[in-house]
Design a protein around this ligand. Sequence first.
Ligand code: F6R
Ligand code: MG
Ligand code: MG
Length: 364
Amino acid sequence: MKITLSVIKADIGSYVGHNLVHPELIKLAKEELEKAKSRKDIIDYYVFNCGDDLELVMTHEKPVENPKIHELAWNIFKACTDKARELKLYGAGQDMLKDTFSGNVKGMGPGVAEISFEERKSEPVVIFAADKTEPGAWNYPLFKSFADPFTDPGLVISPEMNQGFTFEVHDVVENKKIKFKCPEDMYDLLAFIGTPGRYVIKHIFRNSDNLIACSTSTSRLNLIAGKYVGKDDPVAIVRSQHGLPDVGELTEPYACPFLVEGWNRGSHVGPFMPVSVQDSMPTRFDGPPRVVALGFILRNGKLVGPVDLFKDVSFDLARQKANEIADYMRIHGPFQPHRLPEHDMEYTSMPKIKEKLKDRWEPV
Ligand code: F6R
Ligand code: MG
Ligand code: MG
């Protein structure tokens, strides 16, 4: 029996600013998914938040990109938007870019990561969710877990992993995709994914048997809407253990808070701070960007868990370092490299400022 794990998320209003999903919205989403479960539309579900993003985890027997599952998520986000409006929450309906559902939430605002597979004897999966950053934020940690032997000893020691992994990368600007087989194509892969705002790891496959190991969300809201409508706070599903990166190898890249784009007004570079769900409340300068990791075991499609992986005290130092890096980055104020380069500012309110001043420029 093939099981599909779908994680569909949206920011449909938060409080007090862009900080947190209101408990009423989480409650409503749970109620709706409980109904879907008793109708047998889904096998199981889990609802959580990462900052101001509402994350719906669903398991079912339908294939990926199934209109029924996408519509279920869309309708829940709509109901939550109504609730958010009733509560006068901030930015109610932010990621709901379209009025009517058209078969797939892709291109409509919400982010989606889905993966379909036959359950292994034991099927550990880790769901990563982030706030105040963009889909390309997964490039660096996924590369480290699936291609860097200094992070992942399994690549050297485990016979199943020793043949490496293949990365499917999407160009989110020109809407095309390419596959890089590692370790052979590693340098070419890095030439692209080092530009995370454009080239995003979408899927990862194990070379020894083509098993799918990872799926991420890749939507770029500003590219869809043609204007700045918030960052596309991403999600990723990663299968783990027994011939795949183990939980320790998947979480290890987060032990040092690397820099990602996003943070305040989606216009700044800042440290990616690994936190528990409870601490995913980006307040300082609307950040710094947060990442949570929930581990589950799948049992015939049922979700056993989660284990809130970054709750582990061994990430305390990463959090402390992230706070120190945040201090350091903030001293630059409106200057690069804290503020994003001009090109990336084109997706913010920068075009309006340029327009306002265009007549005041004189030839030199
Ligand atoms: C970044 C983010 C926030 C907002 C900021 C301004 O992804 O969500 O930093 O950009 O709080 O929000 P508005 O424009 O809604 O006042
Ligand atoms: Mg928001
Ligand atoms: Mg968000």
